[in-house]
Design a protein around this ligand. Structure first.
Ligand code: FAD
Length: 387
């Protein structure tokens, strides 16, 4: 028969890594089912035909990792530019350099500080509340960085992100709010960082480019005829939403989504950098992206740029689920879904949606590599039970 050895549901980094390893190392025939019109999951991007600008369709994706194994693996499929991510934040008509550092402290308080002076200032301002007494996100943040910085750089942004006043958010949402007492404004601390030289989609397509891998687009595994064809008949790695798989029997897990308003503007350079956060509470969007700045090495049509205004809100069932909200209620449901998942024969659940965990790309890849090593390879190569 031409039944595949393995079905992978979802063609994001998790599913592609599983498929690539099983096809390349174990010579298995892998069928990837993807419900969107394209492969690649949320890292997918398209080059705008008019301007030549690479547009990340589901929000900006910055690759970074300190994991040697992941770095070696991804370099088989793409090279990386030397892009280093920087973020700025606008508040009350001024632009500041993030993450919070000496540049921000100096411009915000209108005076130059040595590292020790800045440390003393923030220690004094944050002494207002003891961290262990913090009852909500606002109190926790003030106990870590003091009220003035909290009110400018955390309060408005967080309220917009969660559509909830920070006094009503759990203190657990933040564990630390690092302040750097130097002028370092690199956003990520990882050993490796960069953007795929010829774009995300070229990278994702190369992972699927193997004679043993077939990708079937516009195909929803949860459609009855599709699941009937494969469920219980071949091993399946499922990377879609875990609650949907079980028909939401325990209720829906809650997610935040982001609305992206993409627009082509008639200026060469709109904001001078890739990402500017909007910290003012009365500005409705959370941040503005300008894709051109992610690839300064490329040539573009002059006089044009593409910018995106991002708006954060709770996801409705028909929205793209982006960030797990993870309330106590969600965690309770998740435990029940995990139980069901454990018992589901011949199906492994993985990835961001399958485990209800926010995973960066490098984490999704690392987690897929370990599922391959610890579960799939023992099963297919040595006949171990698939669990
Ligand atoms: P996904 O990429 O979500 O892929 C899952 C795939 O499964 C999707 O294509 C979906 O259509 C498909 N699917 C679901 N259900 C079904 C079904 N029933 N049948 C068929 N197909 C189905 N990571 C970083 O490292 N850096 C970043 O800057 C970064 N920015 C991000 C910004 C946003 C807004 C989001 C949401 C994520 C970001 N990430 C970033 C994370 C990155 O996108 C994830 O690592 C990646 O999405 C995880 O891969 P995945 O394969 O688990 O899931």
């Amino acid at each position: 028969t031409d039944r595949p050895d393995l079905v992978v549901v979802g063609s994001g980094f998790f599913g592609l890594t599983i498929a690539e390893r099983c096809a390349t190392e174990l010579d298995l025939k892998v069928l990837i089912l993807e419900r969107r019109y394209h492969l690649g999951g949320n890292a997918y991007s398209e080059f705008d035909p008019e301007t030549g600008i690479e547009v990340h369709k589901y929000g900006t994706h910055l690759f970074h990792t300190s994991n040697e194994k992941v770095w070696d693996y991804v370099n088989r499929f793409t090279t990386f530019t030397n892009y280093q991510h920087k973020v700025f934040g606008k508040f009350e008509g001024q632009v500041y350099s993030l993450p919070m550092n000496l540049a921000l402290i100096n411009s915000f308080f209108g005076k130059s500080h040595t590292p020790d002076e800045a440390r003393a200032l923030i220690a004094e301002q944050s002494s207002e509340i003891d961290t262990k007494d913090a009852k909500n996100l606002e109190e926790k943040a003030i106990s870590l960085i003091g009220r003035p910085l909290y009110e400018a750089f955390i309060k408005g942004y967080t309220a917009k992100q969660w559509q909830t006043d920070p006094t009503e958010l759990s203190a657990d949402i933040i564990t630390r709010l690092p302040v750097r007492y130097n002028f370092d404004n690199r956003y990520f601390n990882d050993k490796y960082e960069g953007l795929p030289t010829d774009g995300y989609t070229a990278w994702l397509e190369r992972m699927a480019d193997h004679p043993n891998i077939e990708v079937r687009l516009d195909t929803d595994f949860l459609d009855e005829d599709v699941s009937a064809e494969f469920k219980g008949k071949v091993p399946i790695v499922y990377t879609g939403p875990v609650d949907e798989y079980f028909d939401n029997v325990e209720g829906r897990l809650s997610w935040r989504t982001v609305d992206l308003e993409v627009e082509t503007v008639d200026v060469d350079d709109y904001q001078g950098t890739g990402v500017v956060n909007a910290n003012d509470p009365d500005v409705p969007f959370t941040r503005v992206l300008e894709f051109k700045h992610l690839h300064p090495e490329r040539t573009y049509l002059p006089g044009k740029s593409i910018v995106v205004h991002e708006f954060s809100r709770f996801a409705e069932p028909e929205d793209e689920p982006y960030y797990p909200i993870n309330t106590a209620d969600d965690r309770e449901k998740l435990l029940k879904y995990r139980d069901l998942a454990e018992k589901e024969p011949m199906v492994l659940f993985g990835g961001r949606l399958g485990t209800y965990k926010y995973l960066d790309m490098h984490m999704a890849i690392a987690s897929a590599l370990s599922m391959y090593e610890n579960k799939l390879k023992p099963h297919f190569a040595d006949g171990a039970e698939l669990k």
